[in-house]
Design a protein around this ligand. Sequence first.
Ligand code: CP
Length: 321
Amino acid sequence: MRSAGNLWTRKHLLGMAGLAPEEIDTLLDTAVSLREVNRRDIKKVPTLRGKTVINLFYENSTRTRTSFELAGKRMSADVVNMSVASSSVKKGETLLDTLANLQAMNPDVVVIRHPESGVLEFLANNLDAALVNAGDGRHEHPTQGLLDLLTIQDHLPLLGQKSFAGLVVAICGDVLHSRVARSNAIGLKTLGATVRFVGPATLMPAQAAEAFGVTVHHRLEEGLAGAQVVMMLRLQNERMNSSYLPSVREYAAFWGLNRARLKLADPNAIVMHPGPINRGVEIASEVADDPERSVILEQVANGLAVRMAVLYLLCGAGVRR
Ligand code: CP
């Protein structure tokens, strides 16, 4: 690990873009120091007593929403999960008005997931509350990027790496619609990894190589060759407004990760997936459930620690503003 000054000066966490390596280190180091709380019998510390966190999710979520809620509660913050479905959003209240009203109740942090790309920057420019991006459209999902970095960092010694420098990571599948791919590519490149985007041309962003400093591969076998980290992506059907694939069956046949294809990767390669998994589509159960290779549930556990670290830092602990 690089030396990390305990440095956090940002008000918001809107994306991985623009974070310096030292800031990523601070987030990961903080997560490492907090995650032992989750292994105790009594999983509670008073760190954020008196702080208020509001979770506002305009899209479905299992992992992110639950772990933000648990993260706040395990550090003794007051956590409010606002249900959009039963809120005045359904009466036509705008996003900005909703946030302005929540801000009037003086929360310390508002965690937002929204289907519109870039909406967090808009809100940050128009509100005073500290905001965390829990996923905005196909743009960014920074806490997913951070939890993935922490999971990879845990496995660096097994992968024969002292650091992220030169680590080969293949991000495979529906890159076009994936905020996870974007946040990971940005974070991994910031730390010096070599990143491959692997997927069909119809599911690849335009100018991906230039925009992200990655190599682009249109055959899974080529993209997997020698990769030390294999990150599979879900087909984001909810973001597809036209037909990108001949059929899911054909996609699974050409782009699904199975044990035979995984043999093309580094012998110690770890397999990641942000969830939720489409079993038998982008990943076979024999790989997703392989205790030797799959780190999918480690990602989930690290997600809780990372979200504790984000709330801790944004609530002012260790902040030099
Ligand atoms: N990885 C992820 O964001 O999962 P959820 O949609 O369940 O939060």
